[in-house]
Every structure is written in structure tokens, then in C-alpha cells.
Design a protein around this ligand. Sequence first.
Ligand code: SF4
Ligand code: SF4
Length: 276
Amino acid sequence: MITQEKYRTRVKELLASNSVKMVIGYKQGSTADRRRPLFVRSFEEADELVLDSNCIGNLAGYLVTEGLLSDEKRVGIFLRPEGIRSINILAAESQLNPEQIIIFGFDTSGREVKALQGEQAEDFSGLIDSLKEKPPEKSSDALLYRIDQMNTEERFAFWKDEFSRCIKCYACRQACPMCYCRRCIVDSNQPQWINTSSHTLGNFEWNIVRAFHLAGRCVGCGNCDRACPVNIPLRFINARMAQEVFESFDHYAGTSQTQEPVLASFNKDDSETFIL
Ligand code: SF4
Ligand code: SF4
């Protein structure tokens, strides 16, 4: 068990010594159990920091999409294990310099918050390795189990029904730390690769293309399905892709800052069942 006072003190020390220009953490949200991002630049803001089991959002994406590292100054950030994996992937994809990041690691089990030791992503390699021992969630959720038991037709009907509610708001993309492209394929209209209408074909195209872009990169943080205003269980698509990638290529996303992207590299021992 940790006290958030300890973290607040550490944040103030880093700000006072000019070791970081900012720390990204959590503060009280609009309801008792909601937390929202907090960008701490002063002692007063540090006093607003909250750290408890409701701090579930993965904050890693702000480092890239908000350009917070562009001046080469250091930034602190509160991260759960999946957030640390995000940092590793973003570093491996040359989207950030991990040396600019100071990590306040934490984990939650039940209502307890546990401090993770280390302040650099590489300090957590042992933790990430241990996560790999229990790979992408397999039927641990009742709905995921139900989807797994469906035959192809039932599964297609299930997702067709779910996608029929998609309104193409792209909140899932905005909330995902791995969706950092400045211009997304869906925003391009010359040529227009993806149908932008919210009908069956357009919704399938969007969600399937996004799933493939996330294959071998999703860390299972759940930002996407928490952001979806119509509650499509998006995380299960990516969890399933992660499981396939793990079983086919022994690839668990975010284990290191030098990990090769699974769909942009190959091994001569890789399965070639799609060719045979
Ligand atoms: S696809 Fe969803 S669960 Fe996966 S990294 Fe992006 S936001 Fe997190
Ligand atoms: S957040 Fe939900 S409704 Fe919005 S584009 Fe994504 S899947 Fe569709």
C-alpha cells in the first residue's frame, strides 16, 4: 500500500530541481469513481494528484499526440504496466526518446495500489517479462468466453450487430496511445481508402482496419472501449488479435524498446500456413 502523499512529494522534488518540466498524472473526475488526466507544472497542481484503483486510463498517448517531448525536456508520467509497455512500443517505433521520460509506476489489484520500483521503462523489464508468462487475456471475461465459443457465422453476426451502433466518432482512435498518426487513413479522401459513412460496410472497414493496425501493438489498456460512446466491446477484438499474434509469432507487445514490429519483420521459421 502506498500513500499518494509520497508521490506528490516526489513530483514536487522533481519540479523544484528542474528535472522535469511537467508530470502527467490523475486528478478527481466528474464523479466519485472517475479520474481525469492532470498536467502538473506547479506545487499547487501537484497537490491535486490522486492515485488510487480508479486511475485506469493509459496516459502514455499524451506524450506523443500533444508533442510534450518536442523540446527535449523531461516529462514525468504515472503509468500502469500496460502504459510502460506502450512507452516501449512508442520507443521501438521511434515516436519518443525514453530517456526523456520519468515513470511513476503503479499497479492495482482490487482496491490496493502498489508502487512499482524504477523510473525508466527499462527498469521494468522483469515485470514485463513476468506479464508475458500469462499472455493476452484468454477467456478470462464472460463475454470474451462467449465470443470464443461462437462459430464463424455467429461471431460475424455478433460483430455486425455491435458495429451497427458505431457512429464513426473516432473516440477509440483518439484515446488509443498506439494511434498516433497525424493523418489517419480514415481522414484521407483522395484517395478515400475507408468509407466514412456509418453503415454496415463503412463500419466494418473502419473497425477491421483499425484492428489490423493494432495487431501486435495493442497493450490491452482498454482506453478504446472506455471511450466508445455506444459501448462496443472493442478491447476484445484487439485482445483476440494479441492472442493470435502471441500464438503464431511468440510476440508479446511492448517487452522492450528494441522489439521489432511483428507485422513489419519476419523470421524464416514463421508459420506460412496462409501460403501452403
Ligand atoms: S487498441 Fe484499445 S486496448 Fe489496445 S492499446 Fe489501443 S486503446 Fe489500449
Ligand atoms: S469510439 Fe465507438 S462509435 Fe466511435 S468510432 Fe470508435 S467504435 Fe465507432
